[in-house]
Design a protein. Structure first.
Length: 316
């Protein structure tokens, strides 16, 4: 449905998107994940033809976005981060207005509007002014205008932003139901929403794609990564030297705690031989008692931080 090749967008000397290449299959929900300022919204605007690329090519449903703009846009329904609503219109007036902009014929217009409002749960507020509705309803109206005319592809930029927990659950259910009939690209910086909704996750950082895979496969690639946390009785400098000399441990950090004690954090991969035993034996030989030791596997949030930190980019 979507092919992106070597996509780059520059604003002067600033590179917002750098050499992105990916493809989107029909009938799946794709999550576009990244920190604030990573380039997600810029990429969305490029996909929809709202912005022009500096370099690269985007093909939507077989049409080049630059050369066949109108044909490509007919396949897309777009919900920007800030929904393009006219506050002094009623919901129904706004939906009629959008249907005219999309070129939906008069015969299909009534049924299309009614179906879009029914699907998004806004039919009962169709006569109310948009400005008098809650943030949750405004997001629903924004989604309704995106699906109006029932395009094959829905591009949703931060659809959960500003919603309370109940509204987020309702929006999540709505997007999941839309995913049965549409190909969806959903951007967010909220990992839990992406992992709960999406068949495939693309992680972007500093304008570059650092990972692209299913949630399960991303988790598998990071499987076995464990964080070790200890409190040790001993001098900070000596503890740092000892832990840094152990090749099994990565990202060692030592901080002074109480007098004569220090806290240590380190990462390691799960092996047949338990690293904790090696640490215990090493510290016993050095006559430095371990007062506390805990280990925990990396969560999905940790995986995200691993992939979007500057020194980890490009690993997966």
């Amino acid at each position: 449905m979507i092919e992106v090749k070597n996509l780059t967008k520059k604003y002067g000397s600033h590179i917002a998107v750098e050499d992105l290449t990916f493809h989107v299959k029909k009938g799946e929900i794709y999550g576009f994940l990244g920190p604030n300022g990573a380039g997600k919204s810029t990429t969305m605007n490029l996909l929809t033809g709202y912005l022009g690329a500096t370099h690269g090519k985007i093909t939507i449903n077989g049409f080049d976005v630059e050369k066949k703009s109108k044909e490509a846009k007919r396949s897309i329904g777009y919900l920007p981060e800030i929904p393009p609503l006219y506050q002094d219109m009623t919901v129904k007036e706004y939906m009629i207005f959008v249907s005219q902009l999309k070129g939906i014929g008069k015969k299909e217009r009534k049924d299309s509007i009614e179906e879009a409002m029914k699907m998004t749960g806004i039919a009962h507020v169709e006569e109310r002014l948009i400005r008098n509705l809650s943030k949750g309803y405004k997001q629903r109206i924004g989604l309704a205008q995106a699906i109006l005319g029932f395009p094959q592809i829905l591009i949703l930029d931060e659809p959960m932003v500003g919603l309370d927990p109940k509204q987020m659950m309702e929006m999540r259910d709505l997007i999941r139901s839309l995913g049965k009939k549409h190909t969806i690209i959903l951007s967010s910086h909220i990992l839990s929403e992406i992992s709960a909704l999406c068949d495939h996750i693309m992680i972007i950082s500093k304008g570059r794609l650092v990972a692209s895979d299913t949630p399960e496969e991303l988790g598998r690639k990071m499987q076995g990564a464990i964080t070790l946390t200890l409190t040790i009785k001993g001098k900070e400098e000596r503890v740092q030297t000892i832990f840094s000399s152990m090749p099994e441990l990565k990202d060692v950090k030592v901080e002074k705690a109480k007098e004569g004690q220090c806290n240590v954090t380190a990462a390691y991969k799960e092996e047949k031989e338990d690293v904790r035993e090696k640490v215990f034996e090493k510290m016993a030989l050095e006559n430095m008692p371990i007062l506390e030791m805990q280990s925990s596997k990396l969560s999905l949030e940790d995986v995200f931080l691993e992939l979007t930190s500057e020194e980890k980019e490009g690993q997966l």
